[in-house]
Write a protein that binds this ligand. Structure first.
Ligand code: GNR
Ligand code: NI
Length: 178
């Protein structure tokens, strides 16, 4: 088991589309385990492989309060959508930013589970929102892409400022070669 590094916006690697998984093997199981560990440690409700610099169509999700309902979706495809719902979203790759996004309220998803078995999942509520958010990541999209250009610009400026401050801060700590 290992914690994986989560890429932060505006890292261009977040924009690359993931490739379908072609076979479920031990290496893939390890990746899925590491993604769960990373998601739980970061207290997220989902994590897409793109966020940890793995260009495969894998998402891990747990929207339960108790953090005991892990779901793994491999090669997920939305095959039906119904209704619309606006919710506040956040993203582990865009820390500190929260904004409302309009998405389908109910979806039907086809995917492989972690054993490579085909499955169909009907989702609504937070689970439906989270699945759509993760599938976007696998296509190189972020929730802030849905915001108005003005809102996005403000967010980009704020994040660049925070990241610059963090770089200066870490450079001043002992052990940094500079
Ligand atoms: O932890 C997360 N919370 C969240 C809240 C509302 C809508 C989507 C999400 S997903 C996010 C974790 C994440 O960044 N997954 O890619
Ligand atoms: Ni995200």
């Amino acid at each position: 088991m290992a914690l994986l590094e989560i890429l932060n916006f505006p890292d261009p690697r977040l924009r690359r589309p993931a490739r379908p998984v072609e076979g479920v093997d031990d290496a893939l199981h390890r990746t899925v385990e590491d993604m769960f560990e990373t998601m739980y440690e970061a207290r997220g409700i989902g994590l897409a492989a793109t966020q940890v610099n793995i260009l495969k169509q894998i998402a891990v999700i747990d929207v339960s309060e108790e953090r005991n309902e892990p779901r793994c979706l491999i090669n997920p495809r939305i095959v039906e959508r119904e209704g619309e719902e606006s919710r506040q979203e956040g993203c582990l790759s865009v820390p500190g930013v929260f904004a409302n996004v309009l998405r389908a309220e109910k979806i039907r998803v086809e995917a492989l589970d972690r054993e490579g078995q085909a499955m169909t999942l009907d989702a609504d509520g937070l689970l439906a929102i989270c699945i759509q958010h993760e599938i976007d990541h696998l296509e190189g999209k972020l929730f802030i892409d849905y915001l108005s250009p003005l809102k996005r610009q403000r967010i980009e400026k704020k994040l660049l400022k925070v990241q610059k401050a963090e770089r200066i801060d870490s450079a001043s700590r002992p052990g940094h070669a500079g």
